[in-house]
Design a protein around this ligand. Sequence first.
Ligand SMILES: [Zn+2]
Ligand SMILES: [Zn+2]
Ligand SMILES: [Zn+2]
Length: 238
Amino acid sequence: MIGCSCVVCTSPDKKDKRLRSSILVQSKTTTIVVDTTPDFRYQMLRANVKHLDAVVFTHPHKDHIAGLDDIRAYNFFSHKPMEIFANALTEEALRREFIYVFSENKYPGLPKVNLNTIEAEPFVVGDIPVIPIEVYHLKMPVLGFRFGKFTYITDANRIDENERQKIKGSKVLVINALRKEEHISHFTLNESVALVQELNIPAAYFTHMSHQIGKHEEVNKILPDNLQLAWDGLTLEF
Ligand SMILES: [Zn+2]
Ligand SMILES: [Zn+2]
Ligand SMILES: [Zn+2]
C-alpha cells in the first residue's frame, strides 16, 4: 500500500509484492485474462503475454477494470478488436469509465473492443469453455469463473447453494481472502478456509489479500498444506 511501512509492505520476500488480482487462462490456442487491473500493463509485460484473445470481467470495481485502456497494444498486433465478456452491471461501468472507447467519434489509436454481454449461462472463448458462477460482494453480484477443473472467484463474501454446486468437483479453487479480521464485502481467511473444506476442494489458493493479512510465509505456516496464499506469478497446469 502506498505510504505504508508495515512488515508486509517493507518485506524483501518477492511473494509479499502483490499487484492487483487477475489471472491469465491459457490453452494451446487461446489466451484469456480475467479482469484488467490498474497493474494490467505491467502484468502483461512481466508475463510476456504476446497475444490475448479475450478479457472476461468479474465486476465493475476500479481495481478490476482500470487497465482496460492498455489492450490497445493487442489491437495493434492482431488488427482486430479485443473480445470483452462482461455482465450488464460491468458493461454499464465500462461504457461510463471508458466513454472514449465507446464513443461515435473514434480517433486513431483508441482501444478497440467487441463487447459480449454475459449472464449465468456458460460460454466458450476459442477452445476454452467458461462457466460463470454468481457470487455476492456485499450486495453486488460478481462473476466467478470455472474453467474445467479450475475455479476462480474474487471479491466475494457470500455464495448461495446453487452456485456452490457449480464449484464442487474442482481440483483447484482460487478464492479471495482479504485479511483475518471481518470485512463487509470480502471473505476473511477463516471464512475462505471453511468454504474450501465444506466444498471438499482438494487444493486452494487465496487471493486479493490486503497487507493486513500478514507476511506470505507466516500466514502459510498457519494454513494447511493444501490451502495456501497465492502469489504473483503462480502457475498451475491442468
Ligand atoms: Zn502495509
Ligand atoms: Zn470489488
Ligand atoms: Zn477487488
